[in-house]
Design a protein around this ligand. Structure first.
Ligand SMILES: Cc1cc2nc3c(=O)[nH]c(=O)nc-3n(C[C@H](O)[C@H](O)[C@H](O)COP(=O)(O)OP(=O)(O)OC[C@H]3O[C@@H](n4cnc5c(N)ncnc54)[C@H](O)[C@@H]3O)c2cc1C
Length: 405
C-alpha cells in the first residue's frame, strides 16, 4: 500500500498542469495515467493546435512554463466572427484590450511534451503509467484507489483524489456522479491548411448553414481548421479527396485568406456536452473535461480546465498553510463555489452559440446577424464576450494575476 497526499487520476493536459502547480511544496503526489506518452518531438504539418486564452498564458507564465512554450506559440491579434450569407460580423482586437495578444495557438504536442517533461517527470511525483483506475472508495480519513498496471494490482491511499480523467471519467462512473449530457449530433472535423494569403494573426470564427467553422493562425503560414459538420455527414466529409475538401471549405469560408492551397490529414471528433452534477465530495475534486466537456466552437475547454487547476491549487495551498486537511469537504467547497460562475457562464455561452449557430432557418440567420451586430454595437455585451474568450471572467486566481501561489 502506498500513501499520498494527492492522487491525480489522468495525466492529460489538465492533470499535468495541476501537478506543476502543486510541485515543490513537500506534497506526496501520485498520478495515474492510462496511456503511454507520445514521444514524437519533431514538428509535423498535422500538429493539432490548441488556442490558449490570455488568462491561460498568464497562468503558464506564473508556473514557469511559458518560456518553454513561447517559441512555438502563434499570437492571436484579432478575432473575427461572421455568419456566412449575412452581413453581421464582430471583431475583437488586442489594441482595444491593451494587450500584446488576445491569446495564443500552441501545438498540443508541444504542450504535452513540456508538461510531461517538467511536471510528470519531476522529483516527488510518482507516475503510474500506463496504469488504469479500477476502483475508488472515498472514506472519512482518506480515499482508497485500486490501480491495474500490467498484471499487477496496486492499492493507493490519498487524502485527496483529483479526477482529471476526461469526458468519460472513470472516477465519476465509480462514484455514481450524475452528468447532464447533450449529444449535439455534430462532429468536429479538424485539419491544418495553408491559405494563399498570410493569416496576419487573425482567428476566424465563421457560422455556416452546415455548422460553425474556426480557423486559427499557426506557424509556417498554416491555419488550424475546426469545422463542425452534421454527424450523419462525417463519413462523406472524411472521404472527400483533398481537393474536394478544400473546395467545400472554401465555399463556406470565402476568400478572406485567398485560395486554400494545401490540406493535411483530417481527424474527426464527435461532439457532446457533458457536465458533472457535482464538482466535489469529501476527498474528491473534479477538474477539466471530467467536470465539463464542451463544444469546441469557441476553444474554451482546456482554458476552463486550466482555470480549475489554478483555483484548486490556490485553495489547497491556502488550506494547508492554515494546517487544514486538503481533502476536507469544507476546503473543497471553496473551490466548488469559486468555480461555479465561470463554469456556468462558459458552458451556457458555448452551448448557446453551438445551438444558435447550427440552426439554418432563415429567421435564425437574421437573429444571428442581429445578435452579432448588437455585440458589435453594445460595448457591455462585447466586453462580456471578450472577457469570456480571454478567460478573465469572475474572481481571478493569483496564478492568473502573475503572482506566485
Ligand atoms: C476538436 C477539438 C478542438 C479543441 N480546441 C480547443 C482549443 O482550441 N482550446 C481549448 O481550450 N480547448 C480546446 N478543446 C478542448 C480540449 O482539448 C480539452 O478540454 C482538454 O484537452 C481536456 O483536457 P483534460 O486533461 O481535462 O482531459 P483529457 O485530455 O481527456 O485527459 C484525460 C486523461 O486521463 C486519462 N485517463 C482516462 N481514464 C483513465 C483511467 N481510468 N485511469 C487512468 N487514466 C485515465 C486519459 O488517458 C487522458 O490522458 C478542443 C477539443 C476538441 C475536441
Amino acid at each position: 500500500m502506498h500513501s499520498y497526499d494527492i492522487l491525480i487520476v489522468g495525466g492529460g493536459l489538465v492533470g499535468a498542469s495541476l501537478v506543476r502547480a502543486l510541485q515543490g511544496r513537500g506534497l506526496r503526489i501520485a498520478v495515474v495515467e492510462a496511456v503511454q506518452f507520445e514521444t514524437r518531438t519533431e514538428a509535423g504539418y498535422d500538429d493539432r493546435a490548441i488556442a490558449l486564452a490570455h488568462g491561460t498564458q498568464r497562468i503558464f507564465d506564473s508556473l514557469d512554463l511559458w518560456g518553454d512554450l513561447e517559441d512555438d506559440a502563434t499570437p492571436i491579434h484579432h478575432i473575427h466572427v461572421s455568419d456566412r450569407g449575412h452581413c453581421g460580423f464582430t471583431r475583437m482586437d488586442r489594441e482595444e484590450e491593451g494587450l500584446t495578444a488576445l491569446g495564443y495557438v500552441v501545438p498540443a504536442r508541444v504542450l504535452g511534451q513540456v508538461l510531461g517533461n517538467v511536471a510528470l517527470s519531476a522529483e516527488g511525483v510518482d507516475l503510474y503509467c500506463p496504469a488504469t483506475l479500477a476502483d475508488l472508495n472515498l472514506e472519512a480519513e482518506f480515499a482508497t484507489a485500486t490501480l491495474v498496471r500490467d498484471d499487477e494490482t496496486l492499492i493507493l491511499t490519498a487524502r485527496l483524489v483529483v479526477a482529471a480523467d476526461g469526458a468519460g471519467s472513470a472516477v465519476r462512473d465509480r462514484l455514481g456522479i450524475a452528468v447532464t449530457e447533450r449529444d449535439y449530433g455534430q462532429t468536429a472535423v479538424i485539419a491544418n491548411i495553408t491559405p494563399q494569403l498570410p493569416h496576419r494573426h487573425v482567428a476566424f470564427e465563421r457560422f455556416t448553414d452546415t455548422g460553425p467553422m474556426a480557423l486559427l493562425p499557426m506557424s509556417a503560414g498554416r491555419c488550424a481548421v475546426v469545422w463542425t459538420v452534421d454527424s450523419r455527414e462525417t463519413g462523406e466529409v472524411m472521404g472527400l479527396s483533398d481537393g474536394e475538401f478544400l473546395c467545400r471549405l472554401q465555399e463556406r469560408f470565402g476568400y478572406r485568406l485567398g485560395r486554400f492551397e494545401r490540406v493535411g490529414r483530417r481527424q474527426a471528433y464527435p461532439l457532446r456536452l457533458v457536465k458533472a452534477k457535482e464538482s466535489v465530495r469529501h476527498r474528491l475534486a473534479l477538474v477539466g473535461n471530467a467536470a465539463h466537456t464542451l463544444h469546441p466552437i469557441a476553444g474554451q475547454g482546456f482554458n476552463l480546465g486550466v482555470r480549475d487547476i489554478a483555483v484548486l491549487a490556490e485553495v489547497l495551498v491556502d488550506a494547508m498553510s492554515e494546517g487544514d486537511d486538503p481533502g476536507e469537504l469544507a476546503v473543497l467547497s471553496r473551490y466548488d463555489a469559486w468555480r461555479r460562475a465561470d463554469h456556468r457562464q462558459v458552458t451556457a455561452f458555448t452551448d448557446g452559440m453551438a445551438r444558435l449557430f447550427t440552426v439554418s432557418l432563415p429567421a435564425m440567420g437574421m437573429a444571428r446577424a442581429a445578435g452579432m451586430l448588437a455585440l458589435d454595437l453594445l460595448p457591455p455585451a462585447k466586453r462580456l464576450l471578450t472577457r469570456l474568450t480571454m478567460g478573465r471572467s469572475g474572481r481571478i486566481p493569483r496564478l492568473a494575476r502573475g503572482l506566485p501561489l
